[in-house]
Design a protein around this ligand. Structure first.
Ligand SMILES: N[C@@H](CCC(=O)N[C@@H](CS)C(=O)NCC(=O)O)C(=O)O
Length: 277
């Protein structure tokens, strides 16, 4: 019989209470979708943003991401799985771990072989570089993850102003965000008027290519039609962030872009794999 001691601990970032409503970190959301897809038993440990490095170091996990100056960037998600004595600290590594450790659980193969033909050509350097993880046999997913991360991160300025920080640590978190962006005033992150319009159009264009992948099998809402896979969790993590952080009218626009593929995907993922344990 399974006990609490066998249960996976999933570390996610806490946001403004109720955190279940406001949590919106894309990489932890990829993991939540993957855990629920696999239907494994887990409980969530909510970590305040300024405590991530302490938690991560406490688990003896090196950083998998770096800042532009080469210093360590301590991130979530992490899972700790007592049944195999494993601690895994990157969303991509976690997906591969779950598939390899629990191959037949839940909805089945999380990473079924498939062509994930989507490239986002970045024309600007990101303030904080992305990490680059891969695993033998899953290179297609790894490349897709990097391209999707780049597409959304390039447009994240549309969302930053609305990040629902926990009031208990909001000032500290804002100061840290500004430091990373090389800015001093929170208002400087507010993009409005023609510049916002332009960024929104560019976001829509970036997602047009991604939508093509979803239009191949019109039975939808997933890339593989009615069969969900980790590719959908990757996109879904960012859609969750968009749903919480974009102004409501822009989220409504995004939901409708490209024949509504992203609205449908988000709703289905939330319904089927969005539960919080
Ligand atoms: N490659 C890592 C990236 C994780 C990552 O960037 N996590 C963000 C949340 S989505 C984070 O922990 N940020 C902490 C911070 O901003 O201080 C993964 O996929 O797990």
């Amino acid at each position: 019989m399974e006990s609490d001691f066998d249960r996976i601990t999933f570390y996610d970032i806490s946001m403004r209470p109720p955190t279940e409503v406001h949590c919106c970190s894309p990489n932890p959301w990829k993991t939540r979708y993957a855990l629920n897809f696999k239907d494994v038993s887990y409980s969530t440990s909510w970590v305040p943003l300024p405590s991530i490095s302490k938690v991560r170091r406490g688990l003896d996990l090196p950083a998998t991401r770096k800042f532009a100056d080469g210093s360590d960037f301590y991130t979530l998600p992490i899972i700790s799985d007592p049944s195999t004595n494993s601690i895994v600290g990157d969303s991509f590594d976690i997906a591969v771990y779950l598939q390899q450790t629990y191959p037949n659980s839940g909805a089945g193969n999380l990473l079924p072989p498939q062509k994930l033909d989507y490239t986002f050509s970045q024309n600007q350097a990101l303030a904080v570089p992305l990490s680059n993880r891969t695993a033998a046999g899953f290179e297609e997913y790894a490349q897709f993850n990097i391209n999707v991360d780049a597409a959304f991160t390039t447009h994240v300025l549309l969302m930053v102003q609305n990040l629902p920080f926990d009031p208990a640590t909001a000032e500290q978190s804002k100061t840290e965000s500004l430091r990373r962006a090389g800015l001093t005033n929170w208002a400087d992150l507010d993009i409005h008027g023609a510049a916002r319009e332009q960024l929104l159009n560019s976001f829509q264009d970036a997602l047009a290519e991604l939508a093509k992948l979803y239009e191949k099998d019109p039975s939808g809402p997933f890339v593989l039609g009615t069969q969900p896979s980790y590719a959908d969790c990757i996109v879904g993590g960012w859609l969750r962030m968009s749903s919480v952080c974009l102004p409501a009218s822009e989220w409504e626009q995004l939901r409708g872009w490209h024949d509504g593929v992203f609205g449908r995907l988000h709703d289905t993922l939330q319904e089927e794999f969005g539960q919080m344990n």
